[in-house]
Ligand binder design. Structure first.
Ligand SMILES: Nc1nc2c(ncn2[C@@H]2O[C@H](COP(=O)(O)OP(=O)(O)O)[C@@H](O)[C@H]2O)c(=O)[nH]1
Ligand SMILES: [Mg+2]
Length: 234
């Protein structure tokens, strides 16, 4: 988080973390597609020929608060391949919250676990206290055979303290719900540290409301809470 009082600017950093090919880039692509073009920046992605993220993907989203603060939300992904650990650690620096994208397939359990450990290690290496950086877990690829059952995922949810969201990112299922959950825990962590409500008059409701006013929530669980904007007929 960067809070610049002189320039009246707040930057919130969210990192999508997880094993290679779990669907991190797909999540950002889906968020990008559904975000109004006037508030989103370009989706920057640098991939190798086999679709693998080389450095990171970045999607910036901007808005202004009622108090005239400019808020930038920066969504990053990390490269999942084992050899890119140094890059993962750098991208993770200064993260306000993490969306951990796990692959729901049973065969991917060991990979998920290895990257979960890797996340905690890299937080510590960066001087981040894992207890202070909230994480939301997304179980992606719910459409594939061999995916863990809902009951199994429910078990995981009960065992841990992190919010858990099921997803089929390629179809946009669970993507905005994950974004909402990670922004919510991120806001709360920053608010506890920096007093966003008290110091810049930015409540959680306004923060989430401003972001989702500009994202098409049609057909998602967020549709009621954040009704899609009506496009005026010409
Ligand atoms: N079946 C299925 N495939 C997915 C899903 N989400 C992503 N994929 C595919 O998994 C592959 C890796 O996704 P990508 O977003 O590049 O993974 P990343 O390495 O975590 O960035 C791509 O071929 C995606 O189309 C999903 O929910 N179901
Ligand atoms: Mg990627």
């Amino acid at each position: 988080m960067q809070l610049n009082h002189a320039q009246r600017e707040l930057t919130v950093k969210i990192v999508y973390y997880g094993p290679g090919l779990s669907g991190k880039t797909t999540n950002l692509q889906m968020v990008h597609q559904r975000t109004a073009s006037d508030v989103r920046g370009r989706l920057l992605t640098v991939e190798t020929h086999d679709d693998r993220t080389l450095f990171f993907d970045l999607l910036p989203v901007f808005f202004s608060t009622a108090n005239g603060f400019k808020v930038k939300v920066k969504l990053f992904t990390v490269p999942g391949q084992v050899i890119h650990n140094a890059t993962r650690r750098i991208v993770l620096q200064g993260a306000d919250a993490v969306a951990f994208i796990a692959d729901s397939r049973r065969s991917m359990g060991p990979d998920n676990n290895a990257y979960w450990k890797n996340l905690l290690e890299n937080m510590r290496e960066n001087g981040l206290d894992p207890a202070q950086v909230p994480v939301v877990i997304q179980y992606n690829k719910r459409d594939l055979p061999d995916a863990k059952t809902d009951a199994e995922i429910e078990e995981t949810r009960k065992k841990g303290k992190e919010p858990v969201v099921g997803a089929i990112a390629i179809r946009g299922v669970g993507v905005l719900e994950t974004l909402h959950a990670v922004l919510q825990v991120g806001y709360r962590a920053i608010d506890a540290r920096a007093g966003l409500t008290k110091n810049i008059g930015l409540t959680e409701r306004e923060f989430l409301g401003q972001v989702f006013a500009n994202i098409d929530t049609t057909g998602t669980e967020l549709e009621k809470a954040f009704p899609p904007r009506k496009v005026e007929a010409k």
